[in-house]
Design a protein around this ligand. Sequence first.
Ligand code: G6P
Ligand code: MG
Length: 223
Amino acid sequence: QMQGAVFDLDGVITDTAKYHFAAWSKLAKENLDIELPASFETELKGVSRIDSLKKILEYGNKLDQFSDDDIQELAAKKNGYYLEAIEGLSKDDILPGITELIAQLKAHNVKMSLASASKNAPAILKKLGLFDKFDAIADPAKVAHGKPAPDIFLAGAAAVDLKPSECVGVEDAVAGVQAIKDAGMVAVAVGDANELAKADKVVPTTADFSYDLFEETFEKANA
Ligand code: G6P
Ligand code: MG
């Protein structure tokens, strides 16, 4: 039986993925003279702040023009744009089905932990009124490698005293699904089934999430 659920945040619990991309697009355009194609959004999902910026600079063939200090400064600027965009976030911004899912997981004594790459995750959970629902939040500043490396999901399971094999990981990002699988967890993903084909189960929207779906996927993967 599934003992734990280890969640990504952006794009799974709340739709902040679009604000991240809008902030990167603004930074790229106004500060770097790089026009990001819409298709870049998928590539940046789940990717840490600094790694995202490096991908953007690489895309614009400008990575060698910026020092480490420049990169820190640009990343901070992007975070400023992002914080402005999410200022008004509230419980109305919890994605469909998530509140019900959390209640079902609690009712079945499934431990809940967060494995977001975002340093803004605790503040966002507070805005959504969900901070107290989680048994643990893994700190992305304390793991060596960002997604697609498994580190943050391993930390998420360890934070609730579970083995990865006892947990389901939940993601919307290609990099995140890779991280879950390499952590040795069962992966449930939301989004495009072709893009997220490495997951054990992909559903089109978060409204499709339920304890039964997670448990069924967990049992099938372990059969
Ligand atoms: C999540 C998002 C990424 C974001 C990363 C870091 O994984 O999907 O788009 O870059 O978190 O977020 P932060 O809030 O620390 O910049
Ligand atoms: Mg995500």
